[in-house]
Design a protein around this ligand. Structure first.
Ligand code: FAD
Length: 464
């Protein structure tokens, strides 16, 4: 049906955004028998997941790993018949601190890198403390924790400065924080870090591979699972269809796009918070919701995958995992697919270095990535057979990634708005998740929760 046909634009529910939150929300509403449309600004589905072809491999330049405990995503992968691979972890890992001479990298095994005994003790105590405080938080309402205001008045840096006195310990902590939150410790609320830990099974799980958030990779790329979720949508899915403005009245919601105006009894918005801030809504969204959107910047990340004729680092006893406090390509993992007869490394420019690199040319960034890899893995790393990247900092429909990096004062003061409907408009997206926030699993959880909210609201309206 043409989207412009009169009746074709009348729905029970319009879902905005075809990432995992929007697609799961739409599928649940359709399972309940509702007429649904999904409006997506991009020319593709999948949102913050995206795959590219690199030689004979399909690689993820957005969301990639399924973590341990991500039950909805595991179930989705099984239903879609996807093949999952455990993340390659065999071999030593590499670490470089800012005080290490250029070219010097430390080898280590396990979760905590080789630093001085004092630094090790400080790190272990700090992580234990972090997890204990996170245990005091209900991930459904971090703003209601007894010490929420106190924790939200601090940055992660100000907390870490008191706990981690040795430079080595602070640098290892900063590296881990950048890798997990794509933000600088001085810009991030301590309450938000605690919420993230509470929502995602603790700090070790966030940084871990086999036992943590980086456990499995989907053969063919993560977006294949989004395609499976969207398989029955047909022309209920409208691509290249950015929502520009939204009006509500007693009859429901009107959603204006360059392709026309949709009408619905309810709408579900799954946009990242900064994009919500620019939306023209009548009546205006509640003042606290507007302030929440305006005060919640995304983290900063550029992701790149580099292919090689073979996984040469494995022959040197290395796992491919590398971390640095000094190099821009500050977090790296092995991304080889054995049958592709080659090797690949995937990595991130996280936090402040991502902002620095975001406005450079792709060629300059490629150079910076390769120079980093040469420092970690030696001269062979300077001879790749392929390179691909995605700059999420400047991506117009994400405005940064992986998720929001709230500064002090936002989560305790405004967080209660995250899931609060505004009239007939409901909110989903990984930022609104109680469990597994920031991850695809959180996006799925939020889509289901918003769908259930809509179903209850429509039932209540029918009963009234
Ligand atoms: C580099 C990177 C690595 C990551 N790694 C992992 C990982 O390994 N594992 C993991 O679980 N998660 C990872 N994530 C996070 C994960 O990708 C996200 O948590 C998840 O995809 C968010 O889904 P969502 O549906 O909530 O939001 P989105 O995917 O952002 O979906 C929102 C959709 O709304 C659309 N939109 C925006 N504005 C409008 C508008 N005005 N009108 C219509 N549509 C609009 C967007 O285009 C988008 O498609 C990573 C993210 C990135 C970028």
């Amino acid at each position: 049906m043409n989207a412009m046909d009169g009746d074709g634009m009348d729905r029970d529910v319009v879902v905005v955004g075809a990432g995992f939150a929007g697609l799961r929300c739409a599928s649940r509403l359709r399972e309940a028998g509702l007429r649904v449309a999904v409006l997506e600004a991009r020319e593709r589905i999948g949102g913050r997941t995206r795959s590219e072809t690199l030689g004979r491999m399909t690689v993820d330049v957005g969301g990639q790993w399924i973590g341990r405990g991500h039950e909805r995503l595991l179930a989705l992968a099984e239903a879609a018949g996807a093949t999952l691979r455990p993340q390659h972890v065999e071999g030593a890992k590499l670490l470089q601190l800012s005080t290490d001479a250029p070219g010097r990298v430390r080898r280590y095994r396990g979760l905590i890198p080789r630093v001085s005994p004092l630094a090790l003790v400080e790190l272990e105590l700090a992580i234990r403390k972090l997890n204990r405080l996170a245990g005091e938080i209900d991930p459904a309402a971090p703003w209601a924790a007894r010490h929420a205001a106190e924790w939200d008045a601090k940055t992660v840096a100000s907390w870490a400065q008191r706990r981690l006195r040795s430079r080595g310990a602070r640098e290892v902590f900063d590296i881990a924080l950048r890798a997990v939150m794509t933000a600088e410790p001085g810009a991030l609320s301590f309450l938000q870090l605690l919420f993230y830990c509470a929502s995602n099974d603790g700090f070790e799980a966030l940084t871990g591979t086999t036992d943590g958030a980086q456990a499995w990779v989907v053969e063919g790329g993560m977006p294949t699972l989004a395609q499976w979720l969207a398989r029955d949508l047909g022309d209920a899915l409208q691509l290249d269809c950015p929502l520009q403005s939204l009006e509500q009245d007693a009859d429901g919601v009107r959603l204006h796009t360059p392709q026309g105006c949709w009408r619905a009894r309810r709408a579900v918005l799954t946009l990242p918070l900064p994009l919500l801030a620019g939306l023209d809504c009548r009546p205006a969204l509640p003042a606290r919701r507007q302030r929440l959107a305006a005060a919640s910047p995304m983290g900063s990340v550029i992701k790149a995958v580099v292919a090689y004729p073979d996984a040469f680092w494995r022959k040197q006893g290395l796992s491919g995992e590398a971390l640095s406090h000094r190099l821009p390509f500050n977090t790296v993992f092995d991304a080889s697919w054995p049958e592709a007869e080659g090797g690949a490394l995937v990595g991130f420019i996280d936090g402040a270095p991502a902002l620095e690199q975001a406005d450079r040319s792709p060629e300059e960034r490629r150079q910076a990535v390769l120079e980093s890899l040469i420092e970690y893995f030696g001269p062979q790393a300077g001879e790749p057979s392929g390179y691909i990247e995605h700059n999420w900092v400047t991506d117009p429909w994400a405005r940064g990634c992986y998720t929001v990096a709230m500064p002090p004062g936002v989560l305790s003061g405004l967080g209660a708005e995250l899931r609060q409907p505004a009239g007939a408009v409901h909110f989903a997206g990984t930022e609104t998740a109680r469990r597994w926030t920031g991850y695809i699993e959180g996006a799925l959880e939020s889509g289901e929760r918003a769908a259930d909210e809509v179903l209850v609201a429509l039932q209540d309206a029918a009963a009234a």
